[in-house]
Ligand binder design. Structure first.
Ligand code: ADP
Length: 411
């Protein structure tokens, strides 16, 4: 109980004592099945009130205090003679020598707050009905004050909660800003490579040092660089959408094989010397449920990585199939492979794993994070098996369109 409220009960009890012709009036607050006399009330100093023992007032107890608080009774008693009065006296901290007492419930709606007791009536016949009514009015007033206090407390707590929420939002906005800054830096850095190549050829074209025959030769390179830039920009935009919760899927039944074929055609533009991409075709389609555009993004990223991280060349083998209600696209490479201790950070945002062998290979650390999130949003997943120095298998899993799986199962 705060000082201000305690002071209020003190003053109220003095006023009510006067109105009811009582020697003393006390407000007892119920807390954990005990009644606590409110400090300053009852005409005793607050430090003394603190040392007084609490009065037991269990809901299932039989004491007079229980009857007032839990059963809503008004109890009057002659403290000097009857048993009930003695009990109330013993347990209600009545001043030594008090003759009589009347106690009324103190409640706020369904909440039992405690009781209000008046001692030592100045009237010869003890407390009258009017005195009881004065006590009841004072209990109602005190309940209103208590209620208003609770509301104020809740308001403050609510404000704290709101403040906490706002702090959370501000933090998230800060994170988003930081991420946008990182993405912009990465974009500027990663786009510079292909852009430099394109610009180089353009200036050769401008000064006439590139003849028609050479142009035909470099044209696929230019198209490849433009495709690389396009893929990078798409990746950055998708990550930004994902972070801001603006990434919405357009789900349909998708022929996984058709998507893979288109992706390989694009990947061919980015061909890495010495790397052969092989797509094992199946007579029956693998039909999955997902967003064709996003599946292409994932497949493109996995195939691109398989080529990129095979600097000494080798075979990139793409295989389709179905297993356990899921369609899959497995992409196996014979490249650098990944150490088992690096596998857990593979799908994290900006999770580049830089080793002595791959440090010369450009990357953003966003591709696998985005692919993994996209796969999961479509009810699928990406799994990985890898061995350092031997190669990796990345497998994209997506839910099969019901009854539409006709492809062979995984070997
Ligand atoms: P990055 O843009 O760096 O390629 P990714 O998110 O696509 O980012 O991949 C994260 C990291 O995982 C890469 O930095 C690389 O170390 C590793 N990685 C991804 N795919 C392969 C792969 N097929 N073989 C070896 N390492 C790979």
């Amino acid at each position: 109980m705060d000082d201000e409220l305690s002071h209020f009960y003190g003053r109220l009890s003095a006023t009510v004592a006067k109105l009811a012709g009582a020697g003393r009036v006390g407000f007892f607050l119920l807390e954990n099945e005990t009644l606590l006399l409110q400090e300053e009330a009852f005409g005793i100093a607050s430090d003394l009130a603190r040392t007084l023992p609490a009065i037991e007032c269990r809901a299932d107890g039989g004491s007079a205090a229980t009857r007032v608080v839990h059963q809503g009774e008004i109890v009057r008693a002659d403290l000097s003679s009857d048993d009930q009065g003695m009990a109330l006296n013993r347990h209600s901290l009545a001043p030594v020598g008090a003759k009589n007492v009347v106690a009324v419930p103190w409640s706020s709606g369904a909440t039992r707050l405690g009781l209000v007791a008046a001692y030592d009536s100045s009237a010869p016949g003890g407390f009258t009905e009017d005195d009881v009514w004065v006590l009841q009015v004072s209990a109602t007033t005190a309940a209103l004050v208590w209620q208003q206090r609770e509301l104020a407390k809740r308001l403050v707590a609510g404000k704290d909660e709101e403040g906490e929420r706002m702090r959370g939002v501000a933090e998230r906005m800060g994170e988003l800003e930081e991420m946008k800054r990182k993405i912009l830096n990465l974009a500027a850095h990663e786009l510079r490579g292909p852009l430099t190549v394109i610009r180089g050829y353009l200036s050769m074209l401008a000064d006439g040092s590139l003849d028609a025959a050479s142009l035909r030769r470099v044209l696929p390179i230019l198209v490849g660089k433009a495709a690389q830039m396009d893929a990078l920009v798409t990746q950055m935009l998708e990550v930004a959408r994902l972070e801001e919760g603006r990434l919405h899927l357009e789900t349909a039944v998708v022929d996984l094989g058709a998507v893979v074929r288109d992706t390989i055609d694009v990947a061919a533009l980015l061909a890495v010397p010495g790397v052969t991409v092989f797509f094992e075709r199946r007579p029956e389609p693998v039909l999955v449920v997902g967003d064709a555009q996003r599946i292409a993004t994932i497949a493109g990223n996995l195939i691109d990585n398989a080529m990129k991280y095979s600097p000494d060349g080798g075979l990139v083998h793409c295989e389709l199939g179905s297993e356990g209600g899921k369609g899959f696209l497995a992409i196996r490479d014979e490249g650098l492979g990944i150490a088992s201790h690096d596998l857990p950070s593979l799908f994290t945002r900006f999770g580049r794993i830089v080793t002595a062998d791959n440090s010369h290979i450009a990357g953003t650390g966003l591709g696998l994070h985005l692919s993994h999130e996209l796969a999961r949003m479509q009810g699928g997943d990406i799994t990985v098996e890898s061995e350092l120095g031997r190669g990796s298998v990345f497998t994209l899993w997506l839910p099969l369109a019901e009854g539409k799986s006709m492809a062979g199962s995984r070997s």
